[in-house]
Write a protein that binds this ligand. Structure first.
Ligand code: ATP
Ligand code: MG
Length: 342
């Protein structure tokens, strides 16, 4: 009798699992041609690849003989590029400097079909750039170009006009905040107001020092360390529940805390808490997992998913992302295979 009962439970769970898989596949089918406004700190990632075989005669450092240089959109523009790779349209808003990096970055974004009308140029700042020098597949050095200052008032106004013009055209708004100057109080308040007036969901990848700007959005996605800093609760096994509950109360928004190899925990305003275990089999690169999470959340919500479904899909996609070598984005086919393996 007990065995029969057990079998019955297992059958029910498989049935439920099947239903969930079908539902996720159905949502994924809707991913095409969605429109997402991404606002935040745009960066260019440059990789210099070379060979290392000698020490410099000038100083005790290695000499890298450059073989090739490659570029990829970074920061907020990596969210936009993830959205493009998933067959949807990103409208990017942010700033660049008046330099060579700007040309390269805008070229890359246009090649991906990303709308760049919301990208403004500030002459007194460099385009934010992170240059990684890699010798024999090992990173030797990173060189950063950036000037962290709030964007100018005139640019703020132009960007807000761009939001007003574009909002009706998009399904979901993403704020990808690296606290490098674009997400000012005025930009954030205006964007939230405009999005709410037009009933558009807003997802925020936050930076702790801007915590108070994110009240009343749809969902924020801090990682463990960011949630800890935002709540003053020390990170630890049971702490995540406390952090989630405190952030909901504080900000009146749903919270998705990402926990690296431990997956993610979703805290909904209705009191529901869902822990989703990580999916990666092998881990090669952790760079950009957070950007993949936000891009997939936005597309899932634009496709009619509820928050649990959207989080589950983003967890599958991030698991695929960390298992990839290099900077390539995750594709629809890969997510589909990931759902079928559930
Ligand atoms: N080591 C790992 N193994 C399996 N999955 C992982 C691992 N690291 C990250 N992930 C997946 O990626 C998601 C986001 O990762 P993480 O919590 O590290 O975000 P993050 O710190 O914001 O990342 P980023 O550095 O890109 O901003 C996790 O919720 C999980 O699904
Ligand atoms: Mg992150």
């Amino acid at each position: 009798m007990k065995r029969q009962f057990q079998l019955c439970i297992e059958w029910l769970l498989t049935k439920q699992g099947d239903k969930m898989k079908q539902q996720l596949l159905k949502i994924l089918e809707q991913f095409k041609n969605k429109k997402i406004l991404v606002v935040g700190d745009i960066m260019l990632d440059k990789y210099i690849w070379g060979d290392v075989s000698r020490i410099s005669p000038e100083a005790p450092v290695q000499v890298v003989h450059v073989m090739k240089e490659t570029y990829a959109p970074g920061g907020a523009s990596n969210v936009a590029s993830n959205i493009s790779a998933l067959n949807s349209k990103a409208f990017m808003a942010g700033i660049v400097g008046n330099d060579e990096a700007r040309k390269i970055l805008l070229g890359e974004l246009k090649n991906m079909g990303i709308n760049t009308e919301g990208i403004f140029t500030e002459n007194d700042k460099p385009t934010i750039q992170k240059v990684r020098i890699i010798g024999k597949s090992q990173q030797l050095l990173r060189v950063d170009y950036e000037k962290k200052e709030h964007i100018h008032k005139g640019i703020e106004q132009s960007m807000i006009s761009f939001f007003e013009k574009t909002i009706k055209n998009v399904d979901v708004v993403v704020i990808s905040d690296y606290a490098k100057g674009v997400i000012t109080q005025n930009i954030c308040e205006s964007l939230i107001k405009i999005s709410k007036e037009n009933n558009k969901p807003i997802i925020v990848d936050p930076k702790p020092k801007h915590r108070d700007l994110y009240s009343n959005v749809t969902l924020i996605t801090p990682n463990n360390a960011e949630a800890s800093e935002m709540t003053g609760i020390e990170d630890g096994d049971d702490a995540v529940i406390e952090m989630g509950n405190k952030l909901i109360k504080y900000l009146n928004t749903n919270i998705l805390i990402t926990k690296g190899e431990k997956g993610m925990s979703l805290f909904e305003k209705n009191g529901s808490v869902t822990h989703i275990p990580a999916k990666a089999k092998e881990v090669y690169s952790l760079i950009g997992a957070g950007d993949t999470v936000v891009a997939v959340l936005a597309l899932a919500i634009a496709s009619g998913a509820d928050l649990k479904e959207a989080a589950t899909l983003s967890n599958i996609a991030a698991g695929i992302k960390v298992g990839k070598i290099g900077t390539a984005s995750v594709s629809i086919e890969e997510i589909k295979a990931g759902i079928e393996e559930l």
